[in-house]
Structure formats: structure tokens, C-alpha cells
Design a protein around this ligand. Structure first.
Ligand code: NCD
Length: 339
């Protein structure tokens, strides 16, 4: 697929070859992400970063990715600081902001809102998460991370064994990741959650019809022993009617070093889209895993830059010009501190 000028709204847009192409472009972004080289390929372009829900990684990494390609970033965060608080429609906001930007990234609490916005936008829109629905750029960076982490272990996306743990009902990252993995062959999904927060049937039915193997369970210890990846998630408190309702489920599925050592195969890769909820009553991924070399969560977050740079380069049609404007970095390389 030619991504130039296209919205990126759903993982359903991608075929396997598209994903492989995005990953090749992402690999080429490494010298810039590592600050070994500078490119100015998007000089003069403006990213409109519109985040109507809390975000650290997605918002900042989209912004940094755009900056690293030489573009400028303008941001709106939250409803209060936007004219939507004055009753402006998504249509009007999209018409106006797409006049100010060359590409827009948007996160919004309502399912389908980013697609609605994109229908009125004059420039490509990238979905940074619409409610519990989709998070396509996260699925891409998760898949990119899985592939990278498993390469040295001689395992691939085909035949992957993955346990997804936590709030699988509301988690848009696991929804998008499951759909995207569905494009590969013979994936074994182990879906571990409280029964009330189980993966919606539609995702399970689709994966089954594609020939994948699916186990649905409420038991963590017995089901993390034969997987390549454990993908932990946070209870999505903001999707519950009240904090008290979310509290019921917090802390149910915790992974720490002792549990990992006892139940996981050696070298099982640990992932989490972040933020992990490190409050004592939740703590789904304990800090005592921080020095476990298989904890991939920060490498996963770093990979977000590469994948998001690739998306911008593709959507703005500059993949073959990125390196033409490359030059060396001439400031002190501070990224080796505390590595
Ligand atoms: C996730 C999200 O917003 O869906 N975070 C992210 O983008 N990395 C996961 C979460 O908030 O739990």
C-alpha cells in the first residue's frame, strides 16, 4: 500500500507486507533516533498533536519523531484548553486545525472519534488511541519490539506464543495487537484476565477463524510457562464508571521476579505498553524486574520513536529523501549516561 497522504486509523488497514515495509523504514531511522545523524527532511512541516486524553509516551514520542525528521510540533492537550470545551464540533476543529498542520496525531476518549475527525481533515490523521477501540501505532511498535527481541532467540512472529494479561476488555493496545498478530501464522494467544475483563469475543472469533490457537483463562501462574512474550497491561481505570469499580480488579495479576523465575521459561520477554501502575495496590509489573534483561518495556518505548518516524516519512511521502539530507551530529552525545 502507498501510505502517502493516507490516514492511519486502524490496524485493519494493514496487510503483512505493509507491516514489513514499515519496519524496514523504521530500521533506517536508527542513526537519527540514536543522534548519530541529523536529517531535515520534514523542514517546514508542522505536526498538530491533539491529545484529549492523558498521554506521555505516545504524545511525546510522536512529537520527538517529527522533530527528529526536522519538522515543528504544535500541541493541544485536554478538553479544557481546547475550543471543544466551548461546544465546537470535531468537524469544525478538524477543518480549522488541518489548515494549520501538515499531519495530525489525535487521541480522544470516544471510540470512532478520530475517524470522524479524519473525515473532515484536510491533512492525514494518525490515531493515537480512540477510547477502548484502537491504537495502531502502539500495535506497530509492539510488533516491531517482539520481532527485535525474539530475533536472537531464533523465534519469529509466525508461531509466536504470547500471553496478554490484565484488562483485556478495555485495553486498546491489546485489541490492536491481537488484530495485527492475526495477520501472521499459527499464533498462540493466552488471554489472562478477570472474567469480567476478558478480551471481547469479536477479537477471539476473528483470530480463531484465522486459525490461531486461543486459551482464555483467569489463572496467571499456570499459563505463563510456555510463551515467548508476557504482555502485561494496566487496569484501564478511566473506562470504569468509578474508581471503586476499577479497584476491584487492581492488583489481581501481578508479575514480579519470584513469579517470573518460578513459572516462566528462561528468557521469556516481558512487555507492557506503559504506563505500568506502580501504586502498591496495583503493581502489575514489579520494580524488582527492572534489572531483568528480559524486561523489554523501555526498549519497547524507545522503539516508538523509530516506528513513528517511519509513519511520518511514509504518510508525507519522503522515505527515499530522509538520508539525502543527513549530516553528522556535532554536539556532545549525552545519551550514554546511566545506560
Ligand atoms: C496505553 C494507552 O493509552 O492505551 N498507553 C500508551 O499509549 N502507551 C496503555 C495504557 O494507558 O494503559
Amino acid at each position: 500500500m502507498d501510505f502517502t497522504g493516507k490516514h492511519i486509523l486502524s490496524v485493519g488497514q494493514f496487510e503483512r507486507a505493509d507491516i514489513e515495509h514499515i519496519f524496514t523504514v523504521a530500521d533506517g531511522m536508527e542513526p537519527y533516533a540514536l543522534r548519530q545523524q541529523v536529517t531535515r527532511v520534514l523542514e517546514g512541516a508542522i505536526l498538530g498533536n491533539m491529545f484529549f486524553e492523558p498521554s506521555t509516551r505516545t504524545r511525546v514520542s510522536f512529537g520527538c519523531a517529527f522533530n527528529l525528521l526536522g519538522g515543528e510540533v504544535r500541541e493541544t492537550t485536554g478538553f479544557k484548553s481546547s475550543a471543544i470545551a466551548k461546544g465546537e464540533s470535531l468537524y469544525d476543529t478538524a477543518r480549522v486545525l488541518s489548515g494549520y498542520s501538515d499531519v495530525i496525531c489525535m487521541r480522544h476518549p470516544e471510540e470512532g472519534s478520530v475517524a470522524e475527525f479524519s473525515a473532515a481533515s484536510r491533512v492525514p490523521v494518525i490515531n493515537g488511541g480512540d477510547g477502548a477501540n484502537e491504537h495502531p501505532s502502539q500495535a506497530l511498535l509492539d510488533l516491531y519490539t517482539i520481532q527485535k527481541e525474539l530475533k536472537d532467540k531464533g523465534r519469529k512472529l509466525d508461531g509466536l506464543r504470547i500471553a496478554m494479561i490484565g484488562d483485556l476488555k478495555h485495553g486498546r493496545t491489546v485489541h490492536s495487537l491481537m488484530r495485527m498478530l492475526g495477520l501472521f501464522d499459527r499464533v498462540q494467544f493466552v488471554l489472562i484476565s478477570p472474567s469480567e475483563l476478558a478480551m471481547p469475543e469479536s477479537y477471539i472469533d476473528t483470530a480463531r477463524s484465522q486459525g490461531h490457537d486461543i486459551t482464555v483463562t483467569t489463572d496467571l501462574a499456570k499459563n505463563i510457562g510456555n510463551v515467548d512474550i508476557v504482555y502485561s497491561t494496566r487496569i484501564q481505570e478511566e473506562r470504569f464508571a468509578s474508581k471503586e469499580e476499577a479497584d476491584v480488579y487492581r492488583g489481581r495479576f501481578r508479575l514480579n521476579q519470584a513469579i517470573y523465575t518460578q513459572y516462566c521459561e528462561p528468557n521469556t520477554v516481558i512487555m507492557h505498553p506503559l504506563p505500568r501502575d506502580s501504586r502498591a495496590d496495583a503493581n502489575e509489573l514489579d520494580n524488582d524486574l527492572n534489572h531483568n534483561p528480559n524486561l523489554a518495556i523501555f526498549r519497547q518505548a524507545d522503539n516508538g520513536i523509530l516506528v513513528r518516524m517511519a509513519l511520518f516519512a511514509l504518510v508525507l511521502g519522503v522515505t527515499d529523501q530522509v538520508h539525502k539530507t543527513a549530516r553528522p551530529v556535532n554536539w556532545f552525545h549525552s545519551r550514554s549516561v546511566n545506560n
